[in-house]
Write a protein that binds this ligand. Structure first.
Ligand SMILES: [Fe+2]
Ligand SMILES: [Fe+2]
Length: 131
């Protein structure tokens, strides 16, 4: 299911960053599939854990790019990464404790990912292209 549609509206033009973002979108869409066709084998929890692992790796890669290229807004972008990871961990804990539904989780992740890509990451990509 295309819970998030990957396309030009999310593609920023940096091959590595776009590849990572597309992988994150794919995992969220797989999570949406697991809601529609539940296997009863904790697939959603595994996908959420995979999403968090891939997101941490991606944020670390972006953080490194910002340092390497002396991106002037690195501190605030890195702070946003830290806040997003914490929010995702909190949501994961709520989900594990059955305090939130998968649908609310999917809504949260869609807003969380697309907003960050279209604001902070867009600004970073614009900066990298000009260098
Ligand atoms: Fe970012
Ligand atoms: Fe990103």
């Amino acid at each position: 299911m295309e819970w998030i549609t990957w396309g030009d509206h999310l593609r920023l033009g940096h091959e590595v960053i776009d590849g990572d973002h597309q992988r994150l979108v794919t995992i969220i869409n797989q999570l949406a599939d697991s809601v529609i066709n539940p296997t009863g084998q904790h697939e959603d929890e595994e996908l959420l854990a995979e999403f968090l692992a891939q997101t941490s790796r991606h944020f670390a890669a972006e953080d490194q790019l910002m340092v390497e290229h002396r991106y002037p807004r690195a501190a605030e972008h890195m702070a946003e990464h830290a806040i997003l990871i914490q929010a995702a961990l909190d949501t994961q804990a709520e989900f594990a404790a059955h305090l939130s539904t998968t649908v609310s989780l999917l809504r949260f992740l869609r807003k969380w990912l697309t907003h960050h890509i279209l604001t902070a990451d867009k600004d970073l990509e614009d900066y990298l292209v000009l260098r």
